[in-house]
Design a protein around this ligand. Sequence first.
Ligand code: DLZ
Length: 162
Amino acid sequence: MAASGRAKQDQQLDGSKLKIAIVHARWNEEIIDALVDGCVKRLLSVGVKKENIVIETVPGSYELPVGAAALASDVSIDAVIAVGCLIKGSTMHFEYISEAVSNKIMDIQFKVGKPIIFGLLTCLTLEQAKARAGLIPGVMHNHGVDWADCAVEMASKYGADF
Ligand code: DLZ
């Protein structure tokens, strides 16, 4: 077993019959672009068809729950990945937004009965965010890859209406 992070998949991922939506915030563009790119490449590599990957944007991470709920209400969509990047500043916005968004995303998935993947980086520094977006070679991997795997696994195992 790895010392930390995600252990191996317990089954082969097959996204060939799934439709996955990504909703991403537009703040911290360099980080978001890398995360979404990692996510899309992984979805394609586990069999999700290009035409079955839907990408929408919202202004900032605070808007992610509304965007995710709207996409999840589309019956053809099997799972939603909500991608954002909050970087702590000198005020309390980070604490309010990160807590509100994580709680709301958890709520929405039980309301709609579909997996909503928590792709929100909550970082203390820009460097932490870059590392988690795979932008600092050799430091950490792109977390968008994990979120893609998570969406395909959860949609395959539990589908809609759990
Ligand atoms: C206002 C704000 C700030 C200060 N920082 C971020 C951030 O680091 N990441 C992010 O995704 N969004 C940020 N926002 C914008 C809020 O999420 C939201 O869009 C606005 O407060 C409007 O509701």
